[in-house]
Ligand binder design. Sequence first.
Ligand code: FAD
Length: 602
Amino acid sequence: MSEQNEQELEKNTLSRRSFLKVGGVAMGTVALAGYSNTANAITGTDKNTNDSKQLSFLIPPPPIKDSQIKKTVTVDVLVIGAGVSGIPAAAIAAEMGARVHVIDKQSTIVSTRPTGFSCFGSKRLKELGVMCTEEEKEALVKDLWGSQNATGKFEIIKLWADKSGEFADWFIPIIENGGIKVQVGGLFGYYNHNKTIEEAQAAMRANPLSVRDSYWQFYPLQHQFGSSNIPGVSAWAGPQDVDWLSILYKYSMSKGVTYDFTTSAHQLVREPGWEKDPTKRVIGVIAQNAAGEYIKYVAKKGVVLATGGFDYNDEMLKAYYPIGLRMCRTWQRWFTGDGHKMAVWAGAKMDDQFTSHVMGTAAMAKAMKSKDKIMPPEAQAHVVPWREWNMPSTPMAPCLWVNNLGKRFINEEVGYFMSATTIDAQPDHMYWGVWDSQWKTKIIPHHMDRLMDGNDSDERMEANVKSGMAIKANTIEELIKKMGVVDGAAFKKTLSEYNAMVEAGKDTMYYKPKKYLSTVDTGPFYAAQMGTSYMTTCGGLITDTNLSVLDENQKVIPGLFAGGNPAGGFYGNIYAPQVPMSLSGHSMTFSWLAAKNAVSGV
Ligand SMILES: Cc1cc2nc3c(=O)[nH]c(=O)nc-3n(C[C@H](O)[C@H](O)[C@H](O)COP(=O)(O)OP(=O)(O)OC[C@H]3O[C@@H](n4cnc5c(N)ncnc54)[C@H](O)[C@@H]3O)c2cc1C
């Protein structure tokens, strides 16, 4: 994202503070059409904990009066959020003949472009003859649900497995007609060390479940954007390969979808009396445009919430994902939980379980120690972060990790993807990756096993040292001195014990597999301090398998659907490490289904 876009984003993002300010101005002058002033269904009590302390995001703002509405727009389906999940929803609804309108609070489409999406049973997988049978589906769904400690909603996980292939078969031709290739086998081949996509696909055919680590089975469901023949990086070739959202955006308009940007949805409109009568429909939304005017969008067939996560709503984070407040956030400042809040004010129930797509350790200490803890925006909002941010990838590979006490704390094999919670539990919530001058033979071969880019070079290593992102020293004593905060005596003891275990060929402390064991004994030595970050919050609103949002009594709120990050139930208390890219895969599938259901009157 360019600096100009970033500024644009800042300007147009309605932050939580400015939201409250608008609410404050609105108080006493504006009342929300369709809401009852008493809003008895929502007490402001945190229903997850029965804590009587008021959580302000659960309390509905004063209603906006009909007399304040400048304009009313009537459509069949209204989609809130022109992002990864909102645009497919709008496009399919328009294809089905509905009048569809999308509103977004940004001045243009700003969403992160995921580099791929995971789907089960697509034509692409059927062509390979992998991950497309009923038996494979059953095993996958059971594994996902079981590994979440049964905290997700089984039927929601199964819904994704049942329908995501159908979604992919609709989606892929649109994107490929727009000039961006979609390939399967990339990530599998990346982990499997295959040299080409063809080689990876042949290996997948032979045994699709051959890739696993000490903890998780990897399911090769990733459909990646881009035409490179090199596994994994196919999707990361460049902006031309991944700006698929613009293709879909144009496609949706060709089908008649209309958009209002710089228009922020504030409050859903539900027929009066809903507190006592759950059959009362959500009939639209009141939004505010750049001129400050209130516009009422009436949606005859349904409203689809596709407003993203709540990463930048500190109060919601504190309530549902408290360690997120200590971690770094990505730049997605539009993630203020607006859709979740609006739905709750209209009677919806939030999921009891929350997780986050924890992007483990991919945070430089510099970002971690900064006041706002925001990862710097990428040059384009889609590429592998550590390359763009010029971060060393070696300290996120299975080298030696120690905390400030100078002790190991994890099997480093876990790598960047799932380690954040364990790192968060260390002093200062950070760790040091330590390696030696032989990193090209000791570490680089294993970068790819752990989703590292494996692209550290002499130049990059030196650049990282020069910029202070990594430390280089001729002796261990000098390294300890430069690390500063680490207990030197304990670190030396750890190092000699670790080297002895490597020599003996067995990590008796954390069971790191032998192939990842390598000594740290040949200077010059390196260390880099790393923190934690997360990509986005996932989940929130409880839905049924039609993606209809449910109320406190598990009754459907007619007319209200959720897709994308606001739709709960899929992850339970863990992001599925077995299926990287399930986030966009389930986000898009669910919003697409939600829109179809809205049009067909489910
Ligand atoms: C660096 C990075 C890389 C990623 N890569 C992948 C990947 O490869 N695979 C994967 O599966 N996932 C990936 N993800 C995660 C994935 O991109 C997001 O989870 C996904 O974008 C969520 O889609 P969404 O539609 O819910 O939200 P978004 O795409 O962010 O869309 C939400 C939209 O709603 C709008 N909005 C919010 N509130 C309002 C309001 N009140 N009124 C009007 N509009 C509103 C916002 O402006 C925004 O445009 C990545 C995330 C990051 C940060």
